[in-house]
Design a protein around this ligand. Structure first.
Ligand SMILES: [Zn+2]
Ligand SMILES: [Zn+2]
Length: 538
């Protein structure tokens, strides 16, 4: 009896599977996009992030730099993005020059005033360019009985339009062509004219580092009528990045599960000899907004000298922007509160929550233009950007459907690239304390490269320094509140408190003298470091 039941069960299961599997060559249709209000990865039921341990002595009002305190501000900042989502903004987040971004700046000013920085203010600036705003869009694979009985048109829900994409209200329907990673070798012998090209994008380690940047624009120039960048990433996330735009055509990114489905179906259609019948429909309507105003939030702690140390964090970002850059802004606000309670610094500390570079205008460039006194009146610019992000890595279990190893969240943060533009040996020496004394994960080799928000400060022609990384969820809906550990924010905040204090106390020539300058370290060992307790400290 048992065997009969078991057999009946097996037959029933097999027949359901057979029914289900006929459409799209038996390829399971992709799920909805991940809810962008929630993390793509799991954070429950796992090991906690690496603890924050510090060997040096805590200073006065040290609790202002506690991870829990920073994380509360982090939540508030991410909240401005969620407000934009709830308002129905299509490109939502803290996009520069939008209400949610301005609310983040207003909040920053209020916090800094409460902390005692009385000159805290929003400085607006006119934006010369326009802002592209999509109104509606849809990306579909068109059903055809040639792909199996019951094959119906599938909508790819993670499809997200890329900046400047051409408006095609009636929709473009065209055959697809898979161009792999879009290198010249990949394109050899492939005709993209009149077709919708599918690019396989590998975010290694993020869209910022991806080799497929610019491929979409190249394909549009070669005559493709639409481009879909299929990102190899966890889940079915949303992505938005100017470097995957194509200008002359409607252009989209799709998340990992939608991308996998497209590529599977292309392969199976080719094997069945019906690839020429595989078509997609892209629909996109959009506007250009002009006459926009953006802003920076600015405040100072006056020093004994008017010469400034600028501490910058961009306040704008896409989606939740948990790491990019709610992390940097939370640390900036924490540091401003902390230094407001310390003895008067030698230099004037200028805190800037910038209009950044996600949207129209460039905050730091506008600040430098509006304040000519900064050109000769600044010692150094320190940038806080993407300071704490739990690393997402390929794990040890092979994923279903052979899409590679499973994606896993690490207990450690992604290693950050340290940049010192003038290669000051003193600054490099200070940065060597980040991993050694504060547990901050960095690359072993620093460099002169400072990507991100510092570009706008180049006009000041002063040394600039930062640590930065961009991970798997860079510029995606996976860059969420949960991805930023309190421990990582605390590591970043305490190291930067140390960095700023040491730079402030040092002879200016140590900061400004670059590569090759004779240098003998006099920095105390980690365990002997003491924050200033009065103005008599050297
Ligand atoms: Zn960014
Ligand atoms: Zn950023």
């Amino acid at each position: 009896m048992k065997r009969v039941l078991a057999l009946a069960f097996l037959l029933a299961t097999a027949s359901i599977a057979a029914q289900d599997n006929k459409a799209w060559f038996g390829t399971p249709v992709p799920p909805a996009a991940n809810d962008p209000r929630k993390p793509v990865m799991r954070y429950d039921n796992g090991y906690a992030p690496l603890a924050a341990h510090f060997t040096h002595a805590p200073g006065r009002f040290d609790e202002l730099l506690d991870g829990a305190a920073l994380k509360r501000d982090h939540k508030t900042i991410v909240g401005f993005s969620l407000e934009s989502f709830a308002a129905g903004d299509k490109i939502w987040g803290r996009r520069a020059a939008t209400p949610s971004f301005m609310h983040a700046l207003d909040w920053t000013v209020r916090e800094l005033k409460t902390a005692g920085l009385r000159d805290a203010r929003v400085e607006t600036f006119a934006v010369s360019g326009t802002m592209w705003v999509p109104r509606s869009w849809q990306v579909q694979l068109v059903g055809d009985a040639a792909f199996g009985p019951g094959t119906e048109t599938v909508t790819l829900h993670s499809a997200f339009p890329q900046p400047g994409g051409a408006t095609t209200p009636a929709g473009v329907t065209a055959p697809v062509v898979f161009v792999s990673r879009g290198t010249d070798a990949d394109l050899a012998g492939r005709d993209v004219v009149g077709r919708i090209a599918i690019v396989h994008v590998r975010p290694e380690p993020s869209l910022f580092g991806s080799a497929e940047q610019g491929v979409a624009a190249k394909l549009a120039a070669k005559g493709a009528v639409g481009i879909v960048n299929a990102v190899e990433g966890p889940g079915n996330a949303l992505y938005f990045d100017t470097r995957f735009a194509c200008g002359k055509a409607p252009c989209f990114m799709v998340g990992g599960q939608d991308g996998w489905f497209i590529e599977q179906v292309i392969g199976k259609a080719a094997a069945a000899g019906v690839l020429d019948r595989l078509k997609m429909t892209l629909t996109l309507t959009s506007d250009e907004k002009s006459g926009l105003t953006s802003a920076n939030a600015v405040a100072t702690i006056p020093g004994q000298s008017a010469k400034r140390i600028i501490v910058n964090a961009h306040a704008d970002g896409y989606f939740q922007g948990g790491d990019d850059n709610a992390s940097g802004l939370a640390v900036l606000v924490g540091l401003a509160r902390y230094f407001a309670k310390q003895p008067q610094p030698k230099h004037t500390l200028m805190f800037v929550a910038s209009g950044g570079h996600h949207g129209p205008g460039n905050g730091p460039a506008a600040l430098a233009a509006a304040h000519p006194e900064l050109k000769d009146g600044t010692l150094i610019v320190i940038n806080l950007e993407h300071v704490a992000y739990l690393d997402v890595v390929r794990g040890k279990v092979r994923a279903a459907n052979n899409t590679g190893m499973s994606w896993e969240t690490s207990v450690t943060e992604s290693a950050k690239a340290v940049g010192v533009t003038n290669e000051s040996p003193f600054l490099f020496d200070l940065w060597s304390r980040a991993p050694r004394c504060f547990g901050v994960a960095t690359y072993q080799q620093p460099s002169t490269s400072v990507s991100g928000d510092l570009g706008g400060y180049r006009a000041l022609n002063v040394p600039m320094t930062q640590m930065i990384q961009s991970g798997t969820f860079y510029h995606s809906s996976g860059d969420v509140y949960e991805q930023v550990p309190a421990e990582g924010l605390e590591r970043a905040a305490r190291f930067h408190a140390y960095l700023i204090q040491q730079i402030d106390r040092a002879a200016e020539s140590l900061v400004t003298s670059g590569k090759g300058t004779p240098y003998q370290s006099t920095l105390a060992a980690c365990s002997n470091y003491q924050p200033a307790t009065d103005n008599s400290q050297p």
